[in-house]
Design a binder for this molecule. Structure first.
Ligand code: NAD
Length: 430
């Protein structure tokens, strides 16, 4: 089947959303830093292909509901498209375009041989039964069949999707290809069907590798330092755990229930056990409650926002008392707040590097699937450290050479790599 028959030219009016606007603003600034070729810049402002799909799903009560799904393939300049699939009721095309652009820059700054994409379905997955979620995923995978594949586009889990979702996606794709399992079509799979060791904790571990480098630059010893973590989900809990293991004092953490604080440091392994039973951090023995906004303003060496976007903005940027902010979440600091923090001498390790551990280990999963040869966890962690610290070092060099904040430096590095590839390939690659 010819995938192109399903694509349609992107209607720009449908792309305009806050996330994409922000990404374009960062792109323009980065282009100035490296004096980017204007034709390359023009090309980078647009997604290559947007795919909109109606997904009919037989519900448990035998009615059929039709959900709206998207896949945006932003740039294949550096390799096959790569980016997660999100199930959330607020998913719309502008959001997916913005996230696909971010993936393009993230994969580029990290030096991965991958392009950028993102997908999503406008659905509240908590309201679906397991069967309904499976039906939805299988139909979405089937509709996306002509566009995805180990050498074309490799989805992964994101908000509202998980390893089981990826298992269904991979199974549907493999069945439709008519042969044996094709694990390389998605990453974030369960280990038993071609997933990789080390993926679960990869983003949190990456945040800590990057924070260690940032501390080094600021002359702070990681062991004995004071860390504050907002969000205690996948990213935040592992960032806290690996900080704790390295001798840092994690003095406060929070989740949707609120925050907890202990100036001497929280017992993170015990807290992880507590959360397994109680679901939230609230009420952890030996801690005092603290609000999420007060938590962000605590005096500390490292603040790791690992929950939501837009947590540090012009309203609280003047009150942040951390020396280093390492962004575990996507977009936790607004562009205006970035400028304020930079001026105040607070070092920002930007999201496209700091939370890159997830996509780096996804890349390892894809490589292992292609080779059908799997690595042990130590090897995964070591290779993760090599790639993420290299990206940090290169961005840091640009940050000092050009005297721009680390976010601008990271973006400039991403754009520079894309620019070089585009010019070598002949300016108008897809
Ligand atoms: P998650 O759902 O596992 O955890 C999110 C955490 O944030 C939960 O503890 C939740 O209670 C908390 N939270 C929600 N609302 C909050 C609020 N108002 N105040 C404080 N805490 C709140 O999600 P995750 O996978 O840990 O992802 C967190 C962030 O990191 C997201 O921005 C995500 O896009 C980004 N990210 C995740 C990965 C990954 O591999 N999981 C990779 C890159 C980026």
């Amino acid at each position: 089947m010819d995938a192109n028959q399903y694509s349609f030219p992107p209607a720009e009016a449908h792309h305009d959303g806050p996330l994409f606007r922000n990404a374009l603003q960062n792109l323009e600034e980065a282009a100035k830093v490296i004096n980017c070729d204007p034709n390359v810049l023009e090309r980078l402002k647009k997604p290559r292909r947007t795919i909109a799909i109606s997904i009919p799903v037989r519900m448990d009560d035998y009615t059929v509901k039709v959900f709206q799904g998207f896949r945006v393939q932003y740039s294949p300049t550096l390799g096959p498209y790569k980016g997660g699939i999100r199930y959330h009721e607020k998913v719309d095309l502008p959001e997916v375009v913005g996230l696909a652009a971010l993936m393009t820059f993230k994969n580029s700054v990290l030096g991965l041989p991958l392009g950028g994409a993102k997908g999503g379905v406008a659905v509240d997955p908590t309201k679906l039964s397991r069967t309904e979620k499976q039906n939805l995923t299988r139909r979405f995978a089937s509709e996306l069949g002509p566009f995805v594949g180990p050498a074309k586009d490799i989805p992964a889990p994101d908000v509202g999707t998980d390893p089981q979702t990826m298992a269904w996606f991979m199974d549907t794709y493999s069945q439709e290809q008519g042969g044996f399992a094709q694990p390389g079509v998605v990453t974030g799979k369960p280990i038993e069907i071609g997933g990789t060791l080390g993926r679960n904790h990869a983003t949190g571990l990456g945040v800590v590798f990057v924070a260690e480098k940032a501390f080094e630059k600021k002359g702070i010893r990681f062991s004995g330092s004071k860390i504050v973590v907002q969000g205690f989900g996948n990213v935040g809990s592992f960032a806290a755990k690996f900080s704790h293991e390295r001798g840092a004092r994690v003095i406060a953490v929070s989740d949707v229930s609120g925050g907890i604080h202990n100036g001497d440091g929280l017992d993170i392994p015990a807290l992880m056990e507590y959360v397994k039973t109680n679901k939230v951090v609230k009420g952890f023995p030996g801690s005092q409650p603290i609000s999420n906004s007060d938590l962000l303003e605590l005096e500390c060496d490292g603040l790791f926002p690992c929950a939501l976007e837009g947590q540090i903005d012009v309203h609280n940027a003047e009150k942040i008392r951390a020396k280093v902010v390492a962004e575990g979440a996507n977009g936790p600091t607004s562009n205006a707040a970035t400028k304020i923090l930079h001026k105040r001498g607070i070092f920002i390790a930007p999201d496209i590097i700091a939370n890159g551990g997830g996509v780096i280990v996804s890349y390892f999963e894809w490589v292992q699937d292609i080779m059908s040869f799997f690595w042990d966890e130590e090897e995964v962690n070591l290779k993760l450290a090599t790639i993420i610290t290299k990206a940090f070092d290169l961005a840091y060099r640009l940050h000092t050479e050009k005297n721009v904040d680390m976010r601008a430096a990271a973006m400039a590095l991403a754009v520079q790599r894309l620019e070089k590839a585009m010019l070598l390939r002949g300016l108008y690659p897809r």
